[in-house]
Design a protein around this ligand. Sequence first.
Ligand SMILES: *Cc1c(COP(=O)(O)O)cnc(C)c1O
Length: 374
Amino acid sequence: MYKVMTPGPTQVKENVRMSMVFERENPDIDESFCEFYHETCSMLSKFFNTENEFYILGGEGILGLEAACASLTESGDRVLVIDNGIYGKGFEDFVKMYGGNPVLYTVDYKNTVDVKRLKEYLEKDHDFKYATVVHCDTPSGILNDVESISDLLSEYGIMTVVDSVSASFGNPLSMGNIDILCLGSQKALSAPPGLTMVGVSDRAKEVMYNRKTPIASFYANLSTFRTYYEDKWFPYTMPVYDIYALRTALDNVFDDKDIFERHHRIASAVRKAIVDSGLTLYTESGFSDTVTVFDVPEGISSADIMNIMKDKYNILVAESFDVMAGKVIRIGHMGENCNMSDVFDTLNALENALTELGCDLKCPLGETFMKEIL
Ligand SMILES: *Cc1c(COP(=O)(O)O)cnc(C)c1O
């Protein structure tokens, strides 16, 4: 087995894996499960400094994004899709699928969304039911200031859907004016893949509960959870083992007092090593502390780098996809991956792979990282 250093799925800590081997109650019948679920959701509210309710849905991160759009969108609704990355643009499809009219706000994929420019745009056109924006667009590693963006949108009465699947638990975030916050289990939380968690504001609930037309989905309909706690009833069987694992991962996060500081320190040192060695970071502004993305040097293929790292050094990093396929390599240093020793090993292996492929580095990657961090 190789060391997984991808930006999701990430490594899963032993106590999280172990929590899946015990026998568990029947989640449909045993009310104690409903209490456990409710308590776990409350921990999410606490973590994101909000009174808003969270739900845990059986399905990966993508389900959360789809559920947000399915639940809010009615036929003909104008939706502002903030697009400075692949996931950012991806929201267009979900909005369309549920009959909405997506309006793309497309800006540079190498830079964080400029909130002042967005404000200028909104001055001219703000007739949107909601907007979508990605916190960390994982294929490029861009970090957007979703707190300021949702504050701004809210001044215009526009609701905000945020995809923070690959940023949360690595970059700090308060839910604030965000209306639907989408999270995933397999990124910085380092639980097994399979769950999405969504935080829903009262305003978003009001909109969902008072639609003119029914929500065109059952599985992606967030309003089916409306009275789950009072009724002790879930719309479908909850994946009880996965949710216990998620809870252990969340307990780990609550016990981890310097989680954000560590993510920032490690990410900064990785970026410094990359830049000092003469490699080029993909992103020019807005760096997520969960993933580092750099350009594949001229004359080398990303597949060759990946393969040498995997076959010779047993370390798995990631390429990218869509418009970024073949152009960059991504190191996921989030959650369980975010520790000095794994990141050091990864950078050493990367340095060896690049050297083997004929790339001249100005300084050793691993050593530079270590010097920076100690
Ligand atoms: C991983 C990820 C998702 C969810 O993808 P899944 O494959 O369903 O886990 C959504 N948005 C972003 C930004 C992601 O990185």
